[in-house]
Design a protein around this ligand. Structure first.
Ligand code: SME
Length: 153
């Protein structure tokens, strides 16, 4: 069951990142763990990090992706601008969606929020199937994002 996958993911993530403060290392291992646990469910999983007025590509697992995304642009830029998770059942129905891969059909993006309430980046996950993400994913990934943010910021 999906909830069990998230329980497993969160338990492993806590141990994996605890005590490490290097941003690249923590995000690289976090994306690798998510891909290991979730397998093909996660076609693309990775991070975009706020740099000035753009989100810039960070560590990820999956195909090559766009480098920079503007504030409020696409699903990632919207999650940043609203400081709120975005669950998109069909990317073709999301106005302004940025297609890094034509194989992506549904998507979830969760903001990474620091202790002061600032969005420092986003966690972006794509699926090759329509409507793959729901509230179980949102809650699990928000927990993962908050563990990561607490470790780094
Ligand atoms: N689809 C995203 C862009 C990032 S790629 O999917 C990795 C968006 O619209 O924000």
């Amino acid at each position: 069951m999906k909830q069990e996958l998230y329980n497993n993911l969160l338990e492993q993530l806590q141990g994996l990142i605890s005590g490490e403060t290097n941003q690249t290392s923590v995000l690289a291992n976090a994306s690798a763990l998510m891909r290991d646990v979730m397998g093909e469910r996660f076609f693309w999983v990775g991070f975009y990090l706020v740099e000035g007025d753009k989100l810039v590509l960070g560590p990820f697992q999956g195909s090559v992706a766009c480098y920079r995304i503007g504030h409020g642009r696409g699903v990632c830029g919207t999650a940043w601008a609203q400081a709120k998770s975005q669950v998109v059942p069909d990317v073709d129905q999301f106005p302004g969606h940025i297609a890094c891969s034509s194989l992506s059909r549904s998507e979830i993006v969760v903001p990474l929020i620091d202790g002061a309430g600032l969005v420092r980046g986003v966690l972006d996950i794509d699926s090759k199937e329509l409507a793959q993400f729901d509230d179980v994913d949102r809650q699990g990934l928000e927990r993962a994002a908050s563990l990561i943010a607490a470790e780094l910021w």
